[in-house]
Design a protein around this ligand. Structure first.
Ligand code: ZN
Length: 244
């Protein structure tokens, strides 16, 4: 049975990433839905770690794009912008080379389409509600689409009878047997925003068609300390403890 590790929005938090990798155990493939860069203190460490994993497929996130691009950072808020400017300076050439390989268009892996934001706008659009989820259903052809970007662990299911989407926030230990079409978000490894500070990720089993959202605790204090030591905005440290 194939085990696929699905991760997103690591945001340069190596402590959360290591906790997720340890908790996930052996996996056959890794699908990373973007935003390894941005916010946190450890962008090079996270990039090297992902690069060394078995079969990583990496989608381009908006922060990855901004970290390597020469785009203006006006679309980002002031604190996000500060971290991006700092990361542009400390990213090694080798890290930048790897970020440049990230996919900007939706990637089809078997029955799943992978994007960072949404199939309609792969790098930038947030799928936060059922209406936007429904609109995006017409922008991919596989049964399922895995998205990141919102930092919310969520399951959007399509209901054929009403042609509407529902949203469910996974409870502890809940597994989903996928049958109808769905849009699934594994949540954020390095900066969860759903008021649960534990690192979020998912395990996907393509043969059994099972989606298993998971959470794992990690040493938040050590990351907060590195954020402050690096002179990054204290807000990025504070929010980790509250999951916002
Ligand atoms: Zn993000």
């Amino acid at each position: 049975m194939t085990r696929v590790l699905v991760i997103s929005d690591i945001h340069a938090n190596i402590t959360a990433l290591e906790a997720v990798l340890a908790d996930a155990g052996n996996v056959d493939e890794v699908w990373c839905l973007g935003d390894i860069a941005g916010y946190g203190p450890d962008p090079n460490e996270c990039i090297q770690r992902i690069r060394a994993l078995p079969q990583p497929t990496c989608m381009m996130g908006n922060h990855d794009y901004a970290a390597i691009g020469d785009m203006a950072l006006e679309t980002f808020n002031i604190d996000a912008k500060k971290a991006l400017l700092w990361q542009r300076n400390i990213l090694t050439d080798s890290s930048k080379d790897f970020l440049h390989t990230f996919l900007q268009e939706p990637k089809v892996c078997g029955e799943v389409t992978l994007v960072h934001g949404s199939p309609r706008d792969p790098i930038w659009e947030y799928i936060m509600n059922t209406l936007v989820a429904r609109i995006n259903l017409d922008h991919f052809e596989t049964p399922w689409c895995f998205v990141g970007h919102s930092h919310f662990q969520a399951v959007f299911k399509h209901h054929v009878e009403t042609d509407e989407m529902s949203i469910e926030v996974p409870g502890v230990g809940k597994q989903y047997e996928l049958n109808g079409r769905a849009i699934l978000n594994p949540g954020s490894v390095g900066q969860p925003r759903d008021r649960d500070p534990r690192a979020a990720y998912a395990i996907f089993n393509p043969e059994a068609k099972i989606w298993e959202p998971r959470r794992v605790e990690y040493d938040i204090k050590s990351v907060q300390q590195r954020i402050l030591d690096a002179g990054l905005p204290p807000r990025h440290a504070e929010r980790l403890a509250g999951g916002w």
